[in-house]
Write a protein that binds this ligand. Sequence first.
Ligand code: GLC
Length: 549
Amino acid sequence: MSTTPTHWYKDAIFYEVSPRAFLDGNGDGMGDFIGLTESLDYIRDLGVNCIWLLPMYPSPLRDDGYDISNYLDVHPQLGNLDDFKRFLAEAKKRDLRVIADLVLNHSSDQHPWFQEARKGTSNPYHDYYVWSDDPHKYAEARIIFTDTETSNWTWDETAKRFYWHRFFSHQPDLNFDNPKVREEMLDVFKFWMDLGLDGFRADAIPYLFEREGTNCENLPETHVYLKELRAFMERNYPDAILLGEANQWPEYVLPYFGKGDQLHMSFHFPLMPRLYMAIRQEDRHSLEWIINRTPSIPETCQWAIFLRNHDELTLEMVTEEERAFMWREFAPDPRMRLNVGIRRRLFPLLENDRRQVELLHGLLLSLPGSPVLYYGDEIGMGDNVYLADRFGVRTPMQWNDNRNAGFSRAKPSQLYMPVIDDPGIYHYQAANVEAARENKTSFYWWLVNLIGHRKRFKAFGHGDIHFLQPDNPKIFAYVRSYELESILVVANLSRVPQPVELELSKWRGATPVEITGQTPFPQIGPEPYQLSLGPHGFYWFHLVTPDAA
Ligand code: GLC
């Protein structure tokens, strides 16, 4: 454990992985920590710095592990605590950090706390959860899982009362007003941090408290609690991080950073759909709009930015018109939709168009924030919209063209989810790690390369952003600057070639050196700087000033 914070997350690239989906080490049809440990070289070779693990705790798995029945152990299907410790130690050896999901807001209804709580008001655990005799309490709180839930209250036959839940009805919300709950969660926190985790992704953070007359999101009490948690971290685990999941507009996320004394990082939810929107509209304005609307955050904080994750591509942070556009463009089949979002993977969303995939990564890896990649996207994995809920984007990792895509030795029918084997480009015989690595021109190698280039510059993780706003709305152009370093990014959001003139007088005399090939372009003179870009093309330039050269 280091004693001084290194702020490593500011420059980090995260890799989100489901231990259940990655590699099956014991042949039971389910990924596990033995398999994940064996895959660490693969993860390190991608060039990422930190693994984000989806929930690995004992659970009835009615929400893929986000329904926890014991916070202090590993799900037996994934291994045991020793397997987990070995995994952590092996990750450390490879300089990989590891954060895990911490589900504070709710437990499974199978958790012994809830089983006790149901027994009635006199049970000491009753107050661990949020109960009411009146299901109209907190009426202003929205329903999140609109496809499955009709109320945030569910009647419990045993307790003869209603209990509160912001997600599935089998996930009762814990009562954070109860100091005992806060203490229990601190113990959970300590338990995992003492094993050597580098921090947590704090799941569903806006919903911890409830207050009448509010929408029960982002309440001041939550910030008080987070400050306490952070102060405890600073004292005991100063180099660890809290990455919050607050699916909110930036002005509501800002308070979660506090004065640099709450969350270290937070996902930038509203940026994500706009990355997709911008390339379909062939117009940069929604991107500039959302980034301009994003307030600056304390120096030691960082955004986590992403294209896809294990959930539906959420469309909560767009207007109704934009949502209709996104649904029309990206989810024409109703089966592709879920709740307020789209349950598809990156490559199918972009119709397997390599140029668009590269362009979105060119933006993801150069916009303010630390990129979070989702397992399988680096090898162009497809999805299965016929699987329920969000499982279509959580199918087994595709390693090679052997049985079960090399994921497991089990019988195919034994797998926790089928591998993608519909004939075509997403079949695991085509989209797999081995094939991607054998082909030197694959997206996989392209990405590994780009990640390597990103790491040479501090400006990506630390710099501010200045939009150049050329007349051509199809060109998105910005400069990221940090100390003496300036990176110019120019991207063509359209499917056809585009010219652009850039106002770069501030950098007059500098030479734009294209970063991936280190090729110097013409020096910036007094005239607007002219470039042409191919379909969905983009450039990253290092602006080298004469004195620096
Ligand atoms: C978070 C998770 C999601 C889960 C939900 C309820 O939003 O990302 O997968 O279903 O919390 O725990």
